[in-house]
Structures are given as C-alpha cells and as structure tokens.
Design a protein around this ligand. Structure first.
Ligand code: BGP
Length: 463
C-alpha cells in the first residue's frame, strides 16, 4: 500500500552554513573554526570548515541538484560570523550580505522554500574569549542584534526562521561531556546558566522578529531524544523522566509553553545550581513562544537510575546524578556512528508533541544515517548505491506517517543532509548526503537515495 502524505508536505533536506560554506570571505572565526585550527591534524586529518563543501561558490549548481533530488524546501543557517561585521553593534558585513542575498535568491529561483536558522553551534569565537560565550547575558543581547539585522535584511524574502539548532548540544557537548569546543567537562552550574541564557536569547529573537512586522513564522530546532527507562521500576522511570526533563523539556517547555519544567527547576534549586534569572526575563520568555517546532531525531536515550558510584564520579552538579545512559542489549546500532536506530521513537515524538504540546505545527528538521567508506558502494556508472539509507528513511517515514494519520500536525521531513558535509565530530568520515561530494575536486554525484527521494517527493509518498 502507498503511504501518502498531506498535500503541500515539505520534502526537504537539512544543512548548515558552517558545515557547508567554507571560510571564504568571512570576517570572524567561530568556535568550530577555532577548534579546527587548533586540532586540524590529530583530530580532523586536515579536512576542515575552511573549504567544507564549498557551498559559498557552488550554491547555484547545488540548488539545481537539490531540485533534481526533489527538494521543495531546504533548511540551512546564516553564520553570525559571516553576516555581522561589528559584533557589538550588529552592523552587517557587505560581503556577507551579498552572499546570503544571492543564496536566498537562488533558492527562490529553484522553487525551494528556505527555512533559515540563526545559530548552528557557531558562536563567534571572540564572544567566547571576551565574555564567556553563552554564559554571558551580554552575548544574549548581541545575538538579538544579529537576529534583528538578519530579519531586516532578509525578512521580506524568507518566510520561515528558526533561532537555534539543537541548543542542548552547546552545554551538553561543550560544558558537560567535553566533546565540542570549548571542551569542558562537569560544568553543571555553567551548563544550567547556558540553557537558561539560550532560552532567553531565543525569546528575544522571537520578540524582535514579531516587532519587525515581517510576514512569516519563527520557531526553534530541538534535538528531541526520547528517554526510555531500563525497566518499569520506580527508580528507573523517575530517572528517565528527569533525563527527559534536563535534555528535552528544558528547551521544549519554554519554547512552546513559555515556562521551565517544574520538576527540573525543583532539582536545580535543591542542588543550588539554579541559573541567575529575573522576573522580567521570565515574563519575556513566557510572552515569546514559537510558531512552530523543528525536531531533529537520530537516536533515543536508554536510561537507568543513577547509583552511588555515578554520583561520586562528578564533583560538580551533573545530570548524571539523576539518570545515566545505559546500553540496551537489544539495540540496533549504526556501527559507523555508534547511534541506536529506533524508528518507533519518531512516532513517540510526534505523539508527545500532539498530546502534550497543543499539537503545535512541527516538521522533522534532521534525521539521517552517517556511513563511513561509501565509496565501496559506488557502481560503474558512478552512482553510490546506498540502499541502507533508503531503508532507514522508509522506516522513519512509516512511523511519521502513522502519527500524521492519527492527527499529528507534521508538515515536512528534512533528512540530514542534502550533500555530504563537514562535521565537528568526524570531518568527512561519516557521510550523510543524498549527493556525494568528492573532496579532491568538489564534484557532486547524486546517490541512489537522492534519486529515490525525488520519486517520493514527486508522488508525495512511497509504496
Ligand atoms: C546533528 C547536527 C548536525 C549534524 C548531525 C550529524 O546533531 O545538528 O550539524 O552534524 O548531527 O551528526 P555528526 O556529524 O556528529 O555525525
């Protein structure tokens, strides 16, 4: 039987500025550019964001390819470090303005709806050095200035905006577990402040968008990772509830409901790590909630109750005091990325948004499978036969379709990613694209999954 999706469904793909554009013409280094500069050989093998997939020069050709693989929408981001010349005033850089204007025009000419995001982990490094990055409320205000500049320049041409991509990754990867720059570990108090400050920054940008009077909608992109308990014991379910609270609801609730989850606030307060907030700021968050949600989903979390040893491992406050990630023995694992493949979570996320968040309009803003050594699947005619990726998307789309049939207000699906791009965790080792990028000459070839997606898009569904 054929699975048909709602009419006007976005068959898109997701990407980001810092992972595709390359350095060309930028005025400032962002934190990932900086990390690459410091780590280039031992960590990235010399493959970096300085060239990436050269989207900066190749976007006219890339949009044509995007059309060939059936995309009617494309989710990417503007780099703060490119658009803004003076970070303190928000004054734009003419070269950055020219590039983004041309890129936006190219999308339009190819009939592709742009969903433009403002922050994809790419804080200008000067703001980390000078002010401590997202720990600082001054940086929150500078982000608002950047957002205002972007809305002023492009708000007539772009209808869908998002403030942040996966804002939990900033404290989680950068301050709790040390795998993204600035690579701190165990900074629980700072992480809590950052979550709060980013919620505030997002609300201020939403306010600025509405005050700009531009016609359009604004949302946020969250990586929702359902937390499934190891057992139905009281301890394990409680642990899963709090992990869900820390990692999902700490952004989801303020973004959609305008308030922080009470159970999380209670824990932070009891442990003395409540962020510094003011009533005025809390009111601002309450009054500036999103129009829609973007949801990135790759893998769930399996959670067990913390034990004494888990608590002792961390000196400062850590979410691990309450719930710990646990390896479910039955999990299907993508061996390249190490992430569990669990399509059913797509359905669970959709139902959660439907039942507990007012059935707000949402779309899948990322979902995908990173695979190493895809060249071995290249056939004589040059195309990469990535059937595993087609299967992955089908399984997730089936779950999504089921939820939509049951009333979920999902309006689109954006796999990660359109064309292979650079990653902070593995450079170009794991490939995700519908379109392969050859780093020797930046040539592109459409993979089998890209041709398959074209059919899905043309038929608004698949068999
Ligand atoms: C998401 C990010 C993307 C992208 C993707 C794939 O968390 O929003 O930027 O990189 O994950 O992950 P990775 O590149 O780490 O394999």
């Amino acid at each position: 039987t054929k699975l048909t999706f709602p009419s006007g469904f976005w068959w898109g793909a997701a990407s980001s500025g810092p992972q595709t554009e390359g350095w060309f013409g930028k005025r400032h280094e962002n934190v990932m550019d900086k990390w690459y500069r410091v780590q280039r050989n031992d960590f990235f093998n010399g493959v970096g964001p300085d060239v990436a997939s050269d989207f900066y020069h190749k976007y006219p050709e890339d949009f044509k390819l995007f059309r060939e693989i059936g995309l009617n929408s494309f989710r990417t981001s503007i780099q703060w470090s490119r658009l803004i010349r003076d970070l303190e005033t928000g004054e734009p850089d003419p070269e950055g303005v020219r590039f983004y204007r041309d890129m936006i025009t190219a999308a339009k000419e190819n009939g592709i709806e742009l969903i433009l995001n403002l922050h994809h982990f790419d804080l200008p490094d000067e703001l980390l050095e000078k002010y401590g990055g997202w720990e600082s409320k001054h940086v929150v205000d500078l982000f608002e200035k950047f957002a205002k500049t972007a809305f002023g320049l492009f708000g007539d041409d772009v209808k869908y905006w998002t403030t942040f991509n996966e804002p939990m990754v900033i404290p989680e990867a950068g301050y709790l577990y040390g795998f993204h720059y600035p690579k701190y570990s165990g900074k629980g108090k700072e992480a809590a402040q950052i979550v709060y400050n980013i919620n505030l920054a997002s609300a201020k940008a939403i306010r600025a968008f509405r005050e700009s009077g531009k016609d359009g909608e604004i949302g946020i992109i969250l990586n929702l990772t359902p937390a499934y308990p190891r057992s139905d014991s009281r301890e394990d379910t409680e642990a899963a509830r709090l992990v869900d609270g820390f990692f999902n609801r700490s952004y989801l609730d303020p973004a959609v409901k305008g308030e922080f989850p009470k159970d999380v606030v209670e824990v932070l307060e009891k442990d003395g790590v409540l962020p510094a907030w003011t009533q005025e700021e809390l009111d601002l968050i309450r009054n500036n909630t999103v129009d829609f949600l973007g949801v990135n989903y790759y893998h769930p979390k399996r959670v067990r109750a913390a034990e004494q040893a888990d608590r002792e491992q961390w000196k400062d406050w850590m979410p691990d005091w309450y719930g710990v990630e646990w390896e479910w023995p039955e999990a299907r694992i993508n061996p390249y990325r190490g992430w569990e493949i669990y399509p059913k979570a797509m359905y669970d996320i959709a139902k959660n948004v439907q039942d507990n968040y007012g059935n707000i309009k949402w779309f899948v803003s990322e979902n995908g499978m990173g695979v190493e050594g895809e060249e071995k699947y290249r056939k004589a005619d040059g195309s990469i036969e990535d059937d595993y990726r087609i299967d992955f998307y089908k399984e997730h789309l089936e779950q999504l379709h089921k939820a939509i049939e049951e009333g979920s207000n999902c309006i689109g699906y954006h796999p990660w990613t359109a064309m292979d791009c650079w990653s902070w965790n593995n450079a170009y080792k794991n490939r995700y694209g519908f379109i392969a990028v050859d780093l020797n000459d930046q040539s592109r070839t459409i993979k089998k999954s890209g041709r398959w997606f074209r059919e899905v898009s043309d038929n608004n569904g698949f068999i």
